[in-house]
Design a protein around this ligand. Structure first.
Ligand SMILES: *[C@@H]1O[C@H](CO)[C@@H](O)[C@H](O)[C@H]1NC(C)=O
Ligand SMILES: *[C@@H]1O[C@H](CO)[C@@H](O)[C@H](O)[C@H]1NC(C)=O
Ligand SMILES: *[C@@H]1O[C@H](CO)[C@@H](O)[C@H](O)[C@H]1NC(C)=O
Length: 463
């Protein structure tokens, strides 16, 4: 008894000592050099796969894209103007859509199960898009948030709770800095962004509120592009986030903190939407892409061919992860809160594929080669354990006559080639022109759950 007490006192002392040491050593300054020196929390790189959920008042018209309001009133896009003319009374305004944002079928636990089925390790909810409508009862958005109008619910709170209690998925929040039609924002813009009334009274208080109330693991910033980080007060916010906020040790942020910042500074790089450079990028990056290739928000008039096929999706996953990226796959729920079956099916298929092949994805590191030198459409990843490197070759096509030449790997006498999800090893021989020629038994394809991409596992290579 006494010994136990002594031990726990010692342990407490060590922990406290470590904390003090940590806190006193690491204090980030509100400038990019200091902020960029913060190591990205390791969970993010290991996760690889995230799901983006784009939901808001735009899900009501559900026509065109989530930029509906802007497209209609600012760009005066003829198709959008015509759509409104044909279907709504002449004095109908965009805010009138909010009361029809019903969310009556929104069930956060069901969403959590759907997310879990995908094998994704994080989710990013569009918590406030450029329309300025927070999906939480924000104190800074009177009568224009999901509690005051429309769903009459705290969407963010419900989803965060469900995801955290039902899954091990990290919960992240998307937040648009700008709001297209906010009068204070327009006023600041017309002042050449020399005044900051919008930032001081809206953007900043809302960001602090979001973090303090929901403690997101990711803040996925957007809407930064009209002006620089100075106007957005971004470095001050991030210094607080990294030094003092309740999420300081786990939070990850992207790079969209000002027109001069994206693709240069921040936690991980998003650069542009669908960014996928195809070559290794040393700084951690993320490919955010829509499963409906024409819109992030749900479109009632989408066609089957507009959605990524499973093969297209896995190709994107393979290329992204091989070159050091994470992939953030977007789905858009309906205004009533449904994730339509095509999205559910893709996510489930992705989860099934990852169930067999996840070893090549989660926690993987880019290998010395990203794609093969001889056979096109093969992407490599690796797992490193001490001095052992296991290489994974992701095949996006089934090789003709069951023979594949891998140009990049150098075999040793003890090299083992197998396929994830299949018992037993494959015959191989050195390829005369370099690399390895692998013979795959024809039966293999019938035994695997998904005929869209396969993973060869290469152990004991020379390189
Ligand atoms: C925000 O609103 C909540 C609940 O409506 C209230 O409890 C809280 O005091 C408010 N906070 C601020 C800073 O106004
Ligand atoms: C910017 O952040 C600093 C530090 O939190 C704060 O003192 C200042 O008022 C902020 N400015 C605006 C415009 O939000
Ligand atoms: C694969 O890598 C090479 C460089 O080794 C590059 O030239 C080629 O475009 C890449 N292939 C694809 C499909 O991206």
């Amino acid at each position: 008894m006494e010994k136990t007490i002594t031990l726990s006192v010692v342990l407490t002392f060590v922990v406290v000592f470590n904390n003090i040491l940590y806190v006193s050593c690491v204090k980030y300054e509100p400038n990019w050099e200091s902020l960029d020196s913060r190591p990205l929390p390791s969970w993010y790189d290991e996760a690889k796969i995230g799901i983006f959920i784009t939901w808001g008042v735009f899900s009501v018209p559900s026509f065109g894209t989530e930029w509906f309001w802007w497209t209609w009133k600012e760009a005066k896009n003829p198709a959008t103007v015509d759509f409104m003319k044909k279907n709504y009374r002449p004095d109908f305004t965009y805010p009138d859509f909010a009361s029809q944002f019903s969310a009556e079928f929104f069930n956060a636990n069901e969403w959590a199960e759907i997310l879990k089925s995908s094998g994704a390790k994080y989710v990013v909810l569009v918590s406030k898009h450029c329309e300025g409508f927070p999906l939480w009862p924000s104190n800074y958005s009177w009568n224009w948030n999901s509690m005051d109008v429309g769903p009459k619910r705290d969407i963010v709170g419900e989803l965060a709770k469900a995801v955290r209690s039902k899954t091990d998925i990290h919960f992240g929040m998307y937040h648009s800095l700008l709001e297209w039609f906010n009068p204070l924002y327009i006023q600041d813009r017309e002042n050449g962004f020399k005044t900051q009334d919008f930032v001081r009274t809206k953007t900043m208080p809302e960001l602090y509120e979001m973090v303090n109330r929901y403690q997101p693991d990711i803040i996925w910033s957007d809407g930064d592009w009209t002006t620089t980080d100075v106007y957005w007060n971004a470095t001050n916010f991030l210094a607080w986030l990294y030094n003092e906020s309740p999420v300081k040790d786990k939070v990850c942020v992207n790079d969209r903190w000002g027109s001069n910042i994206r693709c240069k500074h921040g936690g991980f790089l998003n650069c542009n939407d669908k960014y996928n450079p195809g070559v290794l990028n040393k700084k951690k990056w993320e490919n955010c892409m829509e499963m409906d290739r024409y819109s992030w928000g749900y479109r009632r008039n989408a066609r089957l061919a507009d959605y990524f096929s499973m093969h297209e999706l896995l190709s994107e996953v393979a290329e992204t992860v091989s070159t050091g990226g994470n992939i953030l796959i977007n789905i858009g729920p309906t205004k009533d809160g449904m994730i339509i079956p095509i999205y559910q099916e893709r996510l489930k298929q992705l989860g099934e594929w990852l169930g067999v092949n996840g070893e090549a994805i989660y926690g993987s590191k880019p290998w010395s080669h990203q794609n093969d030198t001889i056979t096109k459409y093969i992407w490599y990843t690796s797992q490193i354990a001490g001095s052992d490197v296991t290489v994974y070759a992701i095949l996006l096509f089934w090789p003709a006559d069951n023979t594949v030449i891998l140009g990049a790997p150098l075999s040793s006498s003890s090299t083992i080639v197998s396929m994830l999800g299949y018992d037993g090893n494959f015959d191989w021989k050195p390829n005369p022109g370099g690399g390895i020629e692998v013979t795959i038994p024809p039966i293999t394809i019938n035994k695997l759950p998904c005929n869209d991409a396969w993973v060869l596992k290469l152990e004991n290579l020379q390189n």
